[in-house]
Design a protein around this ligand. Sequence first.
Ligand SMILES: [Zn+2]
Length: 264
Amino acid sequence: MLSGCADRAGITDRGRYGVDTSIASSSQDERVRYLVMHYTAVDDGASLALLTRGTASAHYLVSSAPPLINGKAVAQQLVPEDKRAWHAGISEWNGRSNLNDTSIGIEIVNPGFTESAAGKRWYPYAPEQVELVARLAEDIIRRYQIRPDNVVGHSDIAPLRKTDPGPLFPWAQLAERGIGAWPDKHVVDKYLAGRAPEADAPVANIQRALVKYGYSLPLHGKADEETIRVISAFQMHFRPANFSGRADAETEAIALALLEKYRA
Ligand SMILES: [Zn+2]
């Protein structure tokens, strides 16, 4: 009788059987390995509807103006962290695919971009949103021990399909708080090696560096449409002032600095 085992530590009664949890294996880690940032591209009402009644979902939703309750900004949790949310879709990062299986997704209400004759116009995130995302991310990263290079944008893991969280997502600001990866400036300068930042760089070098860092792209040395899109996604994250997708010296130097820091 399991009910008679109350004096045995580590026995859990599961109704029709019991389990002994007194000895734990040393070989284990977290199922959650990635944190993925998104913008919703629609307003608060539409975001909530899409993420709760459609075929997409996310663990957390940060509204355009997060409410303060008891003096604290509040995010909406739509999916428990131990359940899979459907935010990443077909995705790849650093040799892994289908990141829905192994990630937490944060959706942030932001229009994304609008097209005009002058090109794409992007929309900044509100400081209150950034602060809430930072606190949420710090907590998730700490609890699951997520590596900095595994805090990514949707555009990093699905660069041919997605542009979120966009070039105005404050990756540099978050990295200063220990959230996500960022290259060290003096190491970028070392790899620039006196070249002008906008000087042409070999496409093959950048393809090789980006693949090694985690992006999925071909290694044929040609600046085809796919390569330009992936380089642009990388630039949007790490050099948002210019994300044309062109293979330039600064892009190569940033990629090499990231490899030195996170892939050594
Ligand atoms: Zn997304």
